[in-house]
Design a protein around this ligand. Structure first.
Ligand code: ARG
Ligand code: ZN
Length: 849
């Protein structure tokens, strides 16, 4: 359906369901082109409803037959569902439909992936499986029978029967249809078990295709750690006899928390030292935890409607971040999260796709699985915790579980438990959920007679459809250092509630140096006139690790902006500070690796845009290259020894300690390769027995304009490992010089092993192109054209992934007239397609504005 014809759904229009479901029985007779789905659904009128009209969602289904209380009926069928005359009271609905999993390239509903049947129902995929009230506030108990010759047949809940060619599953916990799942295939399991704290034994399995069984151990361990952590920290126990995880190659997102049967993109499960990087291991641990944690925050307590998505996603992202911080390094996790937030969420919040954490309207809900809902949603929970304290947070969350178990809830329910548990009025806080845009906090300060005064002013930018915003509650953590670098005021939480407010610190002996917004205590842009001397001072002395990193980052950014925009040479204060930090053996190597990475090209483009200047992607690329070379030269005397000191040899472990060292040595190697002709990187490549060091070496070589031989050898070695080949596709596009990026991507996309229907492969090439800013925005316009060409090819097959990738164009208004015109032309070309999907239509429409 075309965008213009797709209806807009509004939060304000919510009404309760007319009919509730008491129980559901489903039978699947699996066949690639003609799967039959038989449903038996007991409906009862909802006492809270205003009407008894009967509508079941259903899309792309062939209705074979339907009965009500045993008598055949002829419903009125439309492309969106069916209506039917029904009794006044409870009744039994039975229907048989036919679907074609093999033809399903959208990867939504029931589909085939490498010979295995799998499902993805969130958000509205169940309606492609059978006719049903496909909305999260209709919760019911499911019993599922699967008939197939395939050896492994899985669904939600506990297995109740199994025999030749069939299996039956029963899930005792009422759930919405979006949590339904089914898997059937010739799969192998890595088995495991976990005993809950009340002594219940749970069977665990990680199911994979043959050949992948040696890549499951880490996921299994991560699952056990997650189960234990949720008991220890949130008091949440697992509630079924079995927990299954399945790895699938074709998947639109990372993973899905279906009750008792989590389905994962294989890239988010499979890992061995030889094939996965440290970053992959960390991501797998986090996603396993995230999906597991959904069992309570998402499944036992779900969302009333899709506008409440952040209720489960913001909270679960917050929980998985706490988990990662506990398992690894808290500051490193915080810094990485803020990098990601600024990189993806701030960009979204500052452009045409800006929307509140709880959106108020949508055409296609899949377009709202965004950085704003997930990552800003998690930041909002973090602020709430900061404001009410750890104790208050703990009490409120327990009240949430007690009060709402088994319910489909709203943000209002969530905030009410905090009000009831802590006595705090959250009326103003709630604006974080309804006002889009990143607040700017302007800080000024003064000092007189031992009193230091901080004045904070908040500005809330206009966003699409929203102007004249009300002030928000901004928790602003600040510490003060004296001129010797000693901390004189430890971290103190200021609560900014007015548009402008002053806070005084008394009894100081000298004018202090402020360390503002410690730990990034609120997702805001801090506007604070400071200088490089103050930044260098904080870089050397701050006790807050986040702000120490932030000071270095700001130094790097201002140095880069001066180089790019003013032709200045690399700033000495930055280079000196960097040397001190990188060689400081008291600091965590992972932290030092982060300090070595420069602000991204996109970050710098935004910095120019914020200053009212037009970013030049080519100049930004050249500036970063020059800065890297300057760092490599200035540190040249120290780099080889540092590299040798931290190089990890011996058996591989994905733990944070050695991973941090590998991150540091890989960052050093990239610098060394600029001056040593690639010798050190070639040595690391040859010696590497793990993917982190192999890929790190390859990347360093490519970054220095070398590595053609290694690139070919890599493809030869890993031809049969599709996840490793994704890395091979990606790195070439990511590391291509600006003028070569589009041609590189175009050539890769012509290869036989480029599969349009596999989202991982598509993203490896075209996601990398969109990330290669100078390549994508090359003045020739080739990047824009190529991406549009391929989005146009993908849209009829997979609207969801196409729509997500359109966001590569979201910053188009920031650029010069030529680039703007070229991007607009491509967007309009996509928008004009006669059969454009609703997903892509909505995205392109919003981006064009
Ligand atoms: N609930 C999943 C998660 O965040 C995301 C699944 C979303 N899928 C989609 N097609 N919109 O864990
Ligand atoms: Zn989630």
């Amino acid at each position: 359906m075309k965008d213009a014809e797709s209806p807009t759904i509004y939060l304000a229009d919510y009404t309760p369901p007319n009919w509730l479901v008491e129980e559901v029985h489903l039978t699947f007779r699996l066949a690639p082109r003609s799967t039959r789905v038989l449903s038996r659904v007991r409906f009862a009128p909802n006492p809270a409803a205003m009407s008894r009209a009967f509508f079941l969602e259903g899309e792309e289904l062939t209705l074979i037959s339907a009965r009500i209380d045993g008598a055949e009926v002829k419903p009125e069928v439309t492309p969106e569902g069916l209506t039917c005359a029904v009794p006044d009271g409870p009744f039994l609905w039975e229907a048989e439909v036919e679907i074609a999993p093999e033809a399903n390239t959208a990867l939504e509903g029931l589909y085939l992936s490498n010979g295995m049947y799998t499902t993805q129902c969130e958000a509205q995929g169940f309606r492609k499986i059978t006719y049903y009230p496909d909305r999260p506030d209709v919760m019911s108990v499911f019993t599922v029978r699967i008939e197939s010759d395939l050896p492994v047949l899985l669904s939600n809940g506990n297995r109740v029967a199994q025999g030749d060619g069939f299996a039956e599953w029963h899930d005792p916990w009422p759930k919405p249809a979006y949590l339904f799942a089914l898997v059937a295939g010739d799969l192998l399991a890595l088995p495991g078990s976990f005993t809950t704290r009340s002594g219940k034994a749970v069977e665990l399995n990680v199911w994979v295709r043959k050949g992948d069984e040696d890549k499951c151990d880490f996921a299994m361990e991560a699952l056990k750690k997650s189960m234990k952590w949720d008991e220890d920290v949130y008091g949440r126990e697992y509630d079924l006899d079995i927990f299954n995880i399945v790895a699938v190659d074709d998947f639109n997102m990372g993973a899905m928390e279906n009750k008792g049967l989590n389905i994962f993109n294989s890239s988010a499960v499979l890992a061995s030292p030889e094939t996965a990087t440290d970053a992959n291991f960390e991501r797998i641990e986090a996603i396993i935890a995230h999906e597991y944690f959904h069992n309570w925050t998402g499944n036992r307590i779900t969302c009333r409607d899709w506008f409440q998505l952040c209720l489960k996603e913001g909270l679960t992202v917050f929980r998985d971040a706490q988990f990662t911080a506990d398992m690894r390094s808290e500051p490193v996790k915080r810094i990485s999260d803020v990098l990601d937030l600024r990189g993806r969420q701030f960009r979204e919040d500052g452009g045409p796709l800006a929307h509140p954490v709880r959106p108020e309207s949508f055409k296609e809900i899949n377009n709202f699985y965004t950085a704003t809902v997930y990552e800003k949603g998690a930041e909002v929970i973090g602020m709430l915790k900061r404001l009410v304290g750890d104790d208050g947070y703990g009490k409120a969350v327990q009240l949430y579980f007690d009060r709402h178990d088994g319910q489909a809830c709203t943000i209002e329910d969530w905030l009410k438990v905090f009000e009831d548990a802590t006595g705090r009025d959250l009326t103003q806080f709630k604006r974080w959920y309804s006002q889009a845009g990143t607040p700017v906090v302007t800080m000024t300060d003064s000092y007189a007679d031992g009193t230091y005064t901080v004045t904070l002013k908040q500005t809330l930018p206009d966003t699409p459809g929203q102007t004249d915003k009300q002030p928000q509650v901004i928790p602003f953590a600040i510490g003060l250092l004296d001129p010797s670098g000693a901390e004189v005021v430890p971290t103190t939480l200021l609560e900014l509630t007015e548009r402008e407010q002053s806070f005084a610190f008394e009894g100081l002996k000298a004018r202090p140096v402020p360390s503002p917004l410690r730990g990034f205590s609120a997702p805001v842009v801090l506007d604070h006139a400071t200088d490089n001397a103050a930044r260098a001072f904080l870089l050397a002395h701050d006790t807050d690790p986040f702000n120490r990193w932030e000071a270095g980052r700001q130094l790097a950014k201002s140095a880069l902006v001066a180089m790019i925009g003013g032709g200045q040479s690399p700033d000495a204060a930055y280079l000196d500070g960097l040397r001190a930090l990188v060689t400081d053996e008291t600091l965590d190597p992972a932290f030092r690796a982060l300090a070595l990475s420069l602000p991204s090209e996109d970050d710098l483009a935004q910095a120019f845009a914020d200053a009212g200047r037009t970013p030049d992607p080519q100049a930004i690329w050249e500036g970063r290259e020059a800065m890297r070379s300057a760092v490599a030269e200035v540190l040249a005397d120290a780099l080889p020894a540092l590299y040798a000191r931290h190089l990890v040899t011996g058996p591989y472990s994905p733990e944070a300690g050695p991973a941090g060292k590998r991150a540091l040595t890989n960052a050093l190697l990239a610098l060394i390769s600029r001056t040593d002709g690639g010798a050190a990187a070639r040595a690391q490549y040859a010696a590497a027995d793990n993917m982190t060091q192999q890929l790190g070496a390859l990347s360093a070589l490519l970054g220095a304009g070398q590595g053609a031989e290694e690139l070919a050898a890599f493809a030869d070695q890993w031809r049969h490992e599709r996840l490793v080949m994704d890395k091979w596709f990606m790195i070439q596009v990511a590391q291509a010089r600006p003028e070569a990026a589009a041609a590189t991507a175009a050539a890769l996309a012509e290869r036989d092993d480029f599969t349009l229907t596999n989202p991982n492969r598509f993203r490896a090439v075209f996601g990398a192109l969109a990330m290669n800013q100078a390549g994508f925005h090359h003045a020739s316009g080739d990047g824009y054209r190529l991406l549009a060409d391929w989005l146009i090819r993908l849209d009829p097959l997979n609207p969801q992934t196409t729509a997500r990738m359109c966001s590569a164009f979201q910053t188009w208004r920031r650029y010069d007239a030529d680039r703007k015109e070229m991007m607009q032309a491509q967007l309009e070309r996509i928008a004009a397609l006669p059969k454009l999907s609703r997903d892509t239509g909505e995205m392109v429409g919003r981006i064009l504005g």
